[in-house]
Design a protein around this ligand. Structure first.
Ligand code: PLP
Length: 403
């Protein structure tokens, strides 16, 4: 029977999307600021570094252009810029392999929608970038979390093999990882790729942080593995390595042209991306190589500073990241989510507090990550040191402190 006189409700699909662990504490932070407290934001990976110098000039130059619809796959200048940039980092791709997207976020949504059907499974090492769960839920796809033997390091190929079933459509890797900064070594990466080949799975590789590796090397790319051409779908972005997250430009890259054609036909549904952002992205991708090298140096210094500071705090166990721009730390607390909220509602030292992301939101497995947080290294070293000393004081007086 049709119900009458009640409010229409939003979809079950949307209701099933878990709340973001990163944004969930925002109202508490806003309330703290309204009380006059300065909040040091280490909760979200919004880079504080300037984008390449050419970006603002490109935005200014683009301002005189008519804001027209552009090709759904991206303007030719930007597709060519992605290919040039890939060439510079030693990866050979062609123009047909690229679909320009609204950040890595849209690239992943398109990749999932283009290659899965509702009820399919995708295997994902845990912890993982929290929005994956929402993207999968919206697509009706089940994210199957796979833990690594030492909790934060690379997942073992055996653990992935154990979870492959007839419903598995792919494996999604993120290296360097958000949140842990784990960088997959060549051997493990290849072994996981071999599984994709053996079981005829897609190999979604989120390479948003590919060059942000502290050892100076580059993380392995799914685009360089022989035999993986039909399986590899790379998710990329200018948000982090070029500090241009607000331009909202990324790319889906695959040599499987059934996949790029499917992604492009989905991209047609949103017509096009903003012209100004695309022109600015060309300037970002054409930045001199020294630009990214400096970004890496900055994050390496910040990582070292924060690690050293956290190692001094009794009961805190920082997990050294090998790349990306985050640091996971285990804390001596009853519940990191409660502690993160308490920092904003009950704690301040000389008018300051800090905002962190509880790690539980980066897991699909219930009960995981409840004694850990993720810190984004998106503040200068002096501010990170101050944040660490606030954390030390907060842990001394937090009522839910555990041994
Ligand atoms: C692993 C990972 N993938 C994708 C994204 C989304 O990036 P974008 O700004 O390009 O949409 C992020 C952003 O933090 C991320 O950390």
């Amino acid at each position: 029977m049709v119900e009458r006189g009640v409010m229409p409700t939003v979809s079950r699909r949307v209701q099933a999307i878990p709340p973001s662990p990163i944004r969930g504490l925002v109202p508490l932070a806003e309330a703290a600021k309204a009380r006059g407290i300065r909040v040091i934001h280490l909760n979200i990976g919004q880079p504080d570094l300037p984008p390449p110098p050419g970006v603002s000039a490109a935005i200014a130059a683009a301002a005189s252009q008519r804001p027209i619809y552009t090709p759904s796959r991206g303007i030719p200048e930007l597709i060519a810029a992605w290919v040039r940039y890939y060439q510079r980092v030693g990866l050979s791709i062609s123009l047909e392999d690229v679909v320009v997207t609204g950040g890595a976020s849209e690239a992943l949504s398109l990749a999932i929608l283009a290659t899965t059907d509702p009820g399919d499974h995708v295997l994902v090492p845990e912890p993982f970038y929290a929005p994956y769960l929402g993207i999968f839920t919206a697509a009706g796809v089940e994210l199957i979390p796979v833990s690594s033997p030492d909790s934060y390091g690379p997942v073992s190929p055996e653990a992935i093999r154990d979870r492959i079933s007839p419903r598995t459509r792919g494996i999604l890797l993120c290296s360097p990882s958000n949140p842990t900064g784990t960088v997959y070594d060549d051997v493990t990466f290849q072994a996981l790729a071999n599984l994709a080949i053996e079981y005829n799975l897609f190999f979604y590789s989120d390479e948003t942080y590919r060059e942000l590796v502290f050892s100076g090397a580059r993380a392995p790319s799914a685009l360089e593995l022989p035999g993986l051409e039909s399986h590899a779908i790379v998710i990329d972005s200018i948000s982090k390595r070029f500090n241009a997250c607000g331009l909202r430009i990324g790319a889906l890259i695959s040599r499987n042209h059934h996949v790029t054609a499917a992604a492009a036909s989905l991209a047609e549904l949103r017509l096009s991306l903003p012209l100004v952002a695309q022109l600015a992205a060309v300037a970002a991708l054409d930045a001199p190589e020294t630009y990214v090298a400096e970004v890496i140096t900055t994050y390496r210094r910040r990582r070292d500073t924060m690690l050293a500071a956290l190692q001094q705090i009794p009961g805190v166990r920082p997990i050294p990241p090998a790349g990306a721009l985050y640091l996971v730390a285990e804390l001596p607390v009853d519940d990191a989510e409660r502690f993160a909220a308490w920092l904003l509602t009950d704690f301040a030292l000389a008018g300051e507090t800090l905002m962190v992301a509880p790690l539980s939101g980066f897991y699909a497995t219930p009960g995981c990550g409840h004694q850990a947080i993720r810190l984004a290294l998106v503040q200068p070293e002096s501010v990170l040191e101050r944040a660490a000393s606030l954390l030390a004081t907060a842990l001394e007086i937090y009522p839910g402190r555990r041994a």
